[in-house]
Write a protein of this length. Structure first.
Ligand SMILES: C[S@@+](CC[C@H](N)C(=O)[O-])C[C@H]1O[C@@H](n2cnc3c(N)ncnc32)[C@H](O)[C@@H]1O
Length: 263
């Protein structure tokens, strides 16, 4: 992060556009609900700054501005980013709807979950940079009756660390077990290791009783190296249909932007 905001790339804009379009569709689909919630587990400083100097609101501000949630919870571990976000939120007309935590999402999640009724539709945006999202957090969320989850799976982070002895604990916490040690077993015909990692993660989500969207979006570098994939999982099929619909509408030609279909 720099002083003014988080350094961002085209992929960030794609990701935020998806969230921006998803929320109104989610609200429409849940209009019968009396309450709905938003949890941003890796919230960032609130502003993303692009190389050309232009700026874009981060995910917590997009959700706050849409003003459709009963309450919003933002978690940011880095103190500077937290302070930057807090300052912006405090000036916002909807500030009373947001609770901010300067904490590790995995540690604070139980405290957040007890504040949200099980039956209330809730969007969880889990957008870490690497392997910071632990599987125990996904398990806790999946126990809820209602949950729509956007998860940024840093498969390149997993790939980079597969042979790193010091990363054993981080990888095991990320997957909730040692299945990552046998990643080549998950490679189907024509599948590379990156896709095998995402596939394993999706299978594990399904194992928790979540339905996963068929389409995902993958960020690539300008040299086409795959970085991470935004996956969507939910406790109900309607949410999946909405996410797929938004994804289809957003899906640009692969060479135009950072985002391309995963499969
Ligand atoms: C990719 S950024 C989030 C960007 C944000 N979604 C946006 O739209 O601007 C990830 C953020 O997670 C924070 N972070 C890293 N580990 C964390 C943890 N364990 N708990 C909470 N936040 C964490 C980082 O400091 C960083 O600001």
């Amino acid at each position: 992060m720099n002083e003014r905001g988080r350094k961002a790339h085209q992929w960030t804009a794609d990701k935020l556009e998806f969230i921006e379009k998803y929320i109104p569709a989610f609200v429409k689909a849940t209009k019968g609900a009396t309450k709905r919630y938003y949890v941003d587990g890796f919230a960032g400083p609130g502003i993303n700054e692009f190389e050309d100097g232009s700026k874009m609101r981060g995910s917590p501000l997009i959700a706050l501005e849409q003003n459709e949630f009963t309450h919003l919870y933002f978690v940011e571990k880095d103190l500077d980013a937290f302070k930057a976000l807090k300052q912006i939120v405090q000036q916002h007309p909807n500030k009373d709807k947001a609770t901010l935590y300067n904490a590790d999402f995995n540690e604070i999640l139980p405290e957040i979950l007890v504040q949200i009724e099980e039956r209330s539709p809730t969007v969880f945006l889990l957008d870490p940079e690497g392997l910071e999202l632990e599987w125990r957090s996904i398990e806790a969320i999946a126990k809820r009756e209602k949950a729509d989850l956007f998860i940024l799976v840093s498969a390149s982070g997993v790939l980079r660390n597969l042979e790193n002895n010091f990363a054993y604990d981080a990888l095991t916490a990320f997957f909730g077990d040692t299945s990552w040690m046998e990643i080549d077993k998950y490679k189907k015909v024509g599948m590379d290791r990156y896709h095998a990692i995402v596939d394993l993660y999706l299978d594990k989500l399904k194992g928790l009783g979540l339905t996963v969207a068929r389409h995902n979006i993958t960020a690539r570098t300008s040299k086409k190296v795959k970085l991470h994939s935004l996956v969507f999982a939910a406790k109900n099929d309607v949410a999946i249909k909405i996410a797929e619909d938004v994804l289809r509408r957003l899906q640009p030609p692969p060479d135009k932007r950072g985002m391309t279909p995963l499969f």
